[in-house]
Design a protein around this ligand. Structure first.
Ligand code: AMP
Ligand code: ZN
Length: 439
């Protein structure tokens, strides 16, 4: 294949030539399609219905012939129906609860875990982390992929891990300070909570050795990043992943913080129109579809993530040749339609945080009044600004209402609520409550 990559210099895989990368992808795609066809009944049946065999995959473009996999396929085959290796080869399970009913179960061989560690190691080093770092892992440990995923990735890098997991925030801050953590992995909403807790405890985050946060597992806006960076003095990097594909580490920002490099030698990305399922031209926004090129316990072929983004193919200043995906603006499932207008929670977040004096503590309630659907937004403001001066509060109120209206085109019912009245999150924040009366 022309280029030789040593196992020690794992980040070199981020800089391979395009020719090498495409060849590697095709080679891996052909192998994984065959493996899945031979071992997963659901996939084989769907291929047969289309008169396809693994031999029909001759070029990367042929991937478009393959059937999609969707979340309900995982639920319908609960728990082990999509496994492609005998249980004796499985060394780890994870599960994602989702909203209702049975969780979805995912599994890994040792080789799969090695891939996961490899991508995280590449990702962490892309954010400037090294074996000299002390990384606090405050994602939840357990069935959720966040904790153990980040944990083993950080160890693979050779960094020292503080496995605090989520929760017990006061103690987290104490350990962060006393152990001299230089980096942290958790959800952006949880880190916001930590910033507040540190302030309440009289600890100035700017004075701590902490310099990087690897934040993901939920949507967050660029405005939120600015807030976090200003309030803590760290650099906040976006990391993306999902259990079905492997967990965190599918894509992550480099030090330029402008889109997340996707480890496309392991996860093959496509962007489709979620309505027609047609593959969209590069650069257009649509639903991200991922194929695992090197995961054997539970390969996912053309998995529809429901996450909306676009592929950025322009060269990144860092020189990495693996492409980037844009910040995930939202999941298509999170979109709500109010009086004919499509609204994403992230648009409301961006509007709120563009106004000085707001905090990142907000929630959205959808309700029905007189037969019409409406949006209510509750937001906490900086406690120092929360005052009895009615004129001041009114000014801020109308500023916020206008900011949201400018972005979504709808007037919402906005409430400035008392400090600390909105539930803080230690994991994925729940931003939206839907109380609409369904017709
Ligand atoms: P889970 O499998 O439970 O970890 O959930 C995965 C989902 O979390 C993804 O499909 C995304 O919707 C969301 N997610 C993960 N990372 C990010 C991120 N950096 N930005 C936005 N959404 C994310
Ligand atoms: Zn880069």
């Amino acid at each position: 294949m022309g280029q030789h990559i040593s196992n020690d210099d794992v980040s070199a895989l981020d800089f391979v030539s395009e020719e090498y990368l495409r060849k590697l992808q095709l080679d891996r795609l052909q192998k994984i399609v065959k493996h899945t066809y031979d071992n997963v009944e659901l996939f084989r049946t769907r291929m047969q219905e289309r008169n396809l065999t693994p031999a029909d995959i001759r070029t990367l473009k042929d991937i478009a012939k393959l059937p999609f996999t969707v979340k309900t396929d995982l639920r319908d085959t609960y728990p082990f129906g999509l496994f492609a290796v005998p249980l004796s080869e499985i060394v780890r399970f994870h599960a994602s609860s989702g909203t209702t009913g049975k969780p979805i179960v995912v599994s890994y061989t040792q080789e799969d875990l090695n891939v996961w560690m490899e991508v995280l190691k590449r990702g962490f080093s892309g954010c400037g982390l090294t074996r000299d770092d002390i990384i606090q892992v405050s994602y939840g440990y357990g069935l959720f992929t966040g904790g153990l995923g980040a944990h083993y990735g950080a160890e693979a890098l050779g960094a020292a891990v503080i496995p605090t997991g989520g929760g017990n925030t006061k103690r987290q801050i104490m350990l962060m300070r006393d152990f001299g953590a230089t980096a942290i992995c958790c959800t952006p909403s949880y880190f916001n909570f930590m910033i507040e807790q540190a302030e309440a405890d009289g600890i100035d985050m700017h004075k701590l050795p902490l310099r990087a946060g690897i934040f993901g597992a939920e949507p967050w806006s660029d405005e939120m990043r600015k807030r976090i960076e200003a309030a803590s003095g760290i650099k906040a990097y976006n990391i993306y992943g999902l259990s079905e594909i492997i967990g965190p580490g599918v894509a992550i920002e480099c030090e330029h913080q402008s889109g997340m490099h996707i480890f496309e030698d392991h996860f093959y990305p496509e962007i489709i129109d979620p309505d027609t399922c047609e593959v969209l031209p590069e650069g257009e926004v649509g639903e991200l579809v991922l194929t695992t090129l090197s995961k054997y316990a539970m390969p996912m072929i053309r998995y529809r993530t429901r996450d909306l983004t676009r592929i950025i193919s322009e060269k990144c200043p860092c020189g990495r040749t693996i492409r980037r995906i844009d910040r995930i603006s939202s999941r298509s499932d999170d979109m709500f339609i109010i009086r004919g207008v499509n609204v994403f929670p992230s648009q409301i977040e961006t509007a709120l945080l563009s106004v000085e004096g707001t905090t990142a503590n907000y929630n959205i309630v959808l309700y029905t009044e007189n037969g019409l659907d409406n949006i209510e937004v509750n937001v906490e403001i900086n406690p120092a600004l929360f005052s009895d001066k009615i004129s001041e509060m009114e000014k801020l109120h109308s500023k916020l209402t206008r900011a949201i209206e400018n972005v979504i085109g709808l007037r919402v019912r906005l409430n400035i609520v008392a400090p600390n009245s909105i539930q803080r999150s230690e994991g994925k924040a729940k931003r939206v409550t839907d109380n609409r009366i369904k017709a």
